[in-house]
Design a protein around this ligand. Structure first.
Ligand code: BES
Ligand code: ZN
Length: 467
């Protein structure tokens, strides 16, 4: 030991790193764990300080890597921007991710606490492990490795990380408008989508759009005795059930007038290509979901229904007594929360007009209806075989040593179409999320091998995009 004690520190650090590696928790994973420990739940105002602290931690990490990193305030949660020194004549690549996460409830169904990451069965278990901290941090570490191993990056890089994706990115469009000169880029890359099966590299070339609303039905001024008033006064809970059932035909098609008008039909080459994609057969949907049966629009497979067809979903419904046993009550109010997944060329505003009309028209008698519209986002589609698309396919092939599959996505990342509208750039969706990652659900997880592949993917991607 040296008199100033520094050597012993270094020895301790070295042993520490080895121990981590022995237990399977490498320094890269330790750092991801630090990121995952922030309960950055964007929808819950009680977590606003945690969201901010998480953004601050990112700025420190990116600055320590030698990038120029800044935290930008927005009306809600901060945006983090980081860049290397940009040089003329090089491609500019914007890598987007989100550091906010979904709420954790029902918390009692988690095997280990959601913000105390741990590794079991080769997977990282924590809220945000896949969606999106694990996937976005793989890009951060990929850039860090390239910076360490080579002179610098092969491209002009912009990292853009937001803290509001899970609540519909309310601040990001105007942020893009205000900073469009600094954010100008040739292409956007995002890892926040799915991978069809372990070891099968997946390039997404489409996302569904979304439009959300809530309908509230109001009846009597307070809950009533159902014996004294039932039968004479309209029941809002029964009315909401009728209203919800009016959204679909019995065969599963959406029954809103004009809902399918703008839908772009599936191309034959897509249907043919998707029929060979592993991991997305109807049997796989049954296995992953644990549902006793599948149901959806006639004439389409489950993959087609989720990737390329629009839907109407009930996200929550309520009203009346929810406690133990029975209570003979006629509730004064009932509500339903709805979201509509949209495909090219449906327009969220046009669809929401049609939805509101439908709900008002089909509202049963004796109750009053209020429809509160929520956030929305446009669908997205691009050419997977464009020059950048081919570069992405090469990077996926290199990172996974397997042939990539090309899919569309059922989920939504509304900012992707906004990137095209404001920055004029297309997006490469390099998904690392497995179908059993349990995103938005209890026991979210991310395979360590996907995290490591994501790091390699980033390194290869920047090289390919530079060519
Ligand atoms: N990462 C997801 C979207 C996703 C997941 C796409 C898996 C494809 C495969 C994203 O974080 C998300 O959950 N988006 C929301 C958007 C909404 C809140 C506007 C969604 O799809 O519900
Ligand atoms: Zn999400």
């Amino acid at each position: 030991m040296s008199p100033d004690g520094r050597r012993s520190d270094r020895v301790a650090l070295a042993i520490g790193a080895d121990m981590w590696t022995i237990c399977g928790v490498t320094p890269d994973l330790q750092e991801l764990f630090s990121f995952l420990r922030f309960p950055s739940v964007s929808t819950d105002s009680r977590h606003a300080d945690d969201v901010r602290a998480c953004a601050g931690w990112l700025v420190e990490k990116l600055s320590a890597m030698g990038l120029a990193a800044e935290l930008h305030e927005t009306p809600k949660h901060p945006v983090v921007i980081a860049r290397n020194e940009h040089a003329k004549g090089r491609r500019t690549v914007l890598i987007y991710g989100h550091y906010d996460v979904q709420p954790v409830d029902p918390i009692e169904l988690w095997t280990s606490p959601p913000f105390e990451p741990e590794i079991r069965d080769g997977r990282i278990w924590a809220r945000g492990a896949t969606d999106n901290k694990g996937q976005m941090f793989a890009h951060v570490l990929g850039v860090e490795k390239t910076l360490k191993e080579t002179e610098g990056l092969p491209v002009n890089l912009i990292f853009l990380f937001e803290g509001e994706e899970e609540i519909g990115s309310p601040s990001l469009s105007s942020f893009l408008l205000h900073h469009c000169d600094e954010l100008r880029c040739d292409v956007v890359a995002i890892s926040d989508t799915g991978m069809v099966a372990p070891g099968v590299p997946t390039l997404g070339y489409g996302l569904r759009g979304i439009a959300c609303c809530e309908a509230i039905l109001r009846g009597p001024k307070q809950d009533l005795h159902s014996g004294l008033f039932g039968g004479a006064v309209a029941n809002p809970a029964a009315a909401i059930a009728r209203l919800v059932s009016s959204l679909h035909a019995l065969d599963g098609r959406v029954a809103i007038d004009g809902f399918y008008d703008a839908v772009r039909p599936l191309e034959d080459w897509e249907r043919h290509m998707w029929s060979h994609v592993p991991g997305v057969a109807d049997a796989d949907f049954l296995k992953v979901t644990g549902s006793p049966g599948l149901f959806g629009e006639p004439g389409y497979t489950s993959a087609e229904r989720t990737w390329a067809r629009p839907t109407a979903e009930v996200n929550g419904i309520g009203g009346g007594y929810q406690g133990e046993g029975s209570k003979t009550v006629l509730p004064s109010q009932a509500f339903v929360k709805l979201s509509f997944r949209l495909v090219p060329d449906q327009d969220p505003k046009d669809i929401m007009d049609k939805v509101v009309n439908h709900l008002e028209w089909h509202c049963p008698p004796g109750v009053e209806i209020e429809v509160v519209t929520g956030h929305d986002g446009k669908p997205y589609i691009t050419d997977p075989n464009s020059a950048f698309g081919q570069a992405a396919q090469t990077a996926l092939r290199n990172a996974f040593d397997a042939e990539p599959v090309l899919i569309r996505e059922g989920g939504s990342i509304p900012i992707v179409q906004t990137f095209r509208d404001i920055l004029g750039a297309d997006t490469l969706l390099l998904g690392l999320a497995l179908s059993d990652a349990q995103v938005h659900s209890p026991n979210e997880n991310f395979p360590v091998e996907n995290f490591e592949a994501g790091i390699r993917l980033n390194q290869s991607l920047l090289l390919e995009l530079a060519k």
